[in-house]
Design a protein around this ligand. Structure first.
Ligand code: PLP
Length: 390
C-alpha cells in the first residue's frame, strides 16, 4: 500500500470510512490486482456493483461508445440510452414507468416521495406513515436513515424525517398492529436484508405483508438496491418471491460499475409523479444508462441459472464445514456466520488472495454473477481454511 496515497487520504478525505490497507489498481473479470501485482479473487464486486466483474469487454465497449458520442445532456432533452433502459426495465419487470437517479438512497428517496404523494392523491391527508423493518438498511440521507430500522443510525443527526414505523421481519403480527394503529401509505422492505446481516425474508411473511397492503390500501415498496439485477438468482428478488409490488427501487449492480439508481413504478403509481414533483441533474446519465442496458440485456435465463448453480455450490460446500455456523441469503448474496470473528476470517482471506466483506457479524459474499467456477472453487477453499480453528 503506497504510503503517499494513505497520507493524502488521511489528510484530505473526510474520515467517514475505515478502509482495509489495500488499493485495487486493476482487474479483469473476477480477478483484481493491488499495486504490487498481487492477485485476488473478487468476492465483493465493490459491494454488489460490478455485476459482470471488472472491465468486462462488452460492457467497456458499450460504455466507451457512448462516452465518445455524448457524456451528458441534462433532462431538458430526450436521451435514447435513458429511454431504451426504461423500456427494457418495463419489458423485464412489468413496471410501467421508471425514474432514474444516481444511487440507492436517491432511488429510495424517490419511492418515499411517491408513496406520500400517492397517499395524498388517493387516501387524503395524514396517511404519511411508512412501515419499514427492524434491521433494514435504506440509505444514508436524513430520510433514508430515518427509514432504516436500526437505532444505531438514529443518533447524532436529529431531527430525522418523521413518519417511519418499524415492524419486525418475519413477524406478521407486528406489521398488522402497525397498520391497525396508524394511518399508513406503504410498507417498504428489502427481501434479503443485506447490510442487516444477509437475511432472506420468509415467503409466508412476504405474502402476509402483500395481503396487508391490499387490505389497508397501502403501497408495497421493495428495496432491491442490493438484491436486484440478477443477484438473487432472479432478475429481481420480487420475481423470486412471486409478489406484485407497487414500487421497486434498485441501484448498485444496475450500471455494472457506474452510478445509477432506478425507481420503478407499477400500475398504481405510474402517474403519481408529475411535472415538477421530482428531478435530478445527473439522473439517467447516458453513459451510466449505456452500461446498464448492456448489463440488463446479459442477465438472461442462462446467466441466472448460473447464479443459482454457483449459489448452491457455495451453500453446499460451506454449510456444516468446520468453524461455520450457518449460511444465509439468496443467490450470490450470501452471509457466512463463523465461529471465529468475521473480521479475522476476512483478514485471513485477504492475506490468501480472496476478498470477501462483512455484514454485521457475518462474512458476506457478493461475487460477480459470472465468476468462473474454478475461481469460485479456489475462493471457497480459502474461506473454508480461514474459518477452521487455529
Ligand atoms: C446500499 C444500499 C442502499 C444505499 O445505496 P447507496 O447507493 O449507497 O445510496 C439502500 N438500500 C439497500 C438495500 C442497500 O443495500
Amino acid at each position: 500500500m503506497k504510503t503517499e496515497t494513505k497520507r493524502q487520504d488521511r489528510e484530505f478525505i473526510a474520515g467517514t470510512y475505515g478502509r482495509f490497507d489495500l488499493e485495487l489498481v486493476s482487474g479483469k473479470g473476477s480477478l483484481v490486482y493491488d499495486e504490487n501485482g498481487k492477485e485476488y479473487i473478487d468476492m465483493q464486486t465493490g459491494i454488489a456493483v460490478n455485476t459482470l466483474g471488472l472491465c468486462d469487454d462488452e460492457w467497456v465497449k458499450a460504455v466507451t461508445e457512448q462516452l465518445t458520442r455524448v457524456q451528458h445532456t441534462s433532462n431538458l432533452y430526450y436521451s435514447s440510452p435513458c429511454a431504451t433502459l426504461a423500456s427494457l426495465l418495463s419489458e423485464r419487470t412489468g413496471c410501467k414507468k421508471t425514474f432514474f437517479s444516481n444511487s440507492g438512497a436517491e432511488a429510495n428517496e424517490c419511492a418515499i416521495k411517491t408513496a406520500r404523494k400517492w397517499a395524498l392523491d388517493n387516501k387524503g391527508e395524514g396517511y404519511y406513515n411508512i412501515i419499514t423493518l427492524k434491521n433494514s438498511f435504506h440509505g444514508r440521507t436524513i430520510t433514508t436513515l430515518a427509514a432504516t430500522g436500526q437505532d444505531v443510525f438514529h443518533t447524532t443527526f436529529n431531527p430525522f424525517t418523521e413518519g417511519f414505523l418499524y415492524g419486525e421481519a418475519n413477524n406478521i403480527d407486528s406489521i398488522k398492529a402497525l397498520c391497525k394503529e396508524n394511518k399508513c401509505c406503504a410498507v417498504m422492505m428489502e427481501l434479503v436484508q443485506g447490510e442487516g446481516g444477509v437475511m432472506a425474508l420468509d415467503k409466508s411473511f412476504v405474502d402476509g405483508v402483500a395481503a396487508l397492503c391490499n387490505e389497508y390500501n397501502m403501497l408495497l415498496v421493495i428495496d432491491e438496491v442490493q438484491t436486484g439485477n440478477g443477484r438473487s438468482g432472479s432478475l429481481y428478488a420480487f420475481q423470486h418471491y412471486g409478489i406484485a409490488p407497487d414500487i421497486v427501487t434498485t441501484a448498485k449492480g444496475l450500471g455494472g460499475g457506474l452510478p445509477i439508481g432506478a425507481t420503478m413504478f407499477f400500475d398504481k403509481t405510474e402517474n403519481t409523479l408529475t411535472a415538477g414533483t421530482h428531478g435530478s441533474t445527473f439522473g439517467g446519465n447516458p453513459i451510466a444508462c449505456a452500461g446498464a442496458i448492456n448489463i440488463l440485456k446479459r442477465i438472461d435465463d442462462k446467466l441466472l441459472s448460473g447464479v443459482k448453480e454457483r449459489s448452491e455450490y457455495i451453500i453446499k460446500e460451506l454449510s456444516g464445514a468446520e468453524g461455520i455456523k450457518s449460511v444465509s441469503g439468496l443467490g450470490l448474496m450470501l452471509g457466512i456466520e463463523t465461529e471465529k470473528d468475521a473480521s479475522s476470517v476476512i483478514k485471513y482471506c485477504m492475506e490468501n488472495g480472496v476478498l470477501p466483506i462483512k455484514a454485521k457479524n457475518k462474512v458476506r459474499l457478493l461475487p460477480a454473477l459470472n465468476i468462473p467456477m474454478e475461481l469460485l472453487e479456489k475462493a471457497v477453499k480459502v474461506i473454508k481454511d480461514a474459518a477452521k480453528g487455529e
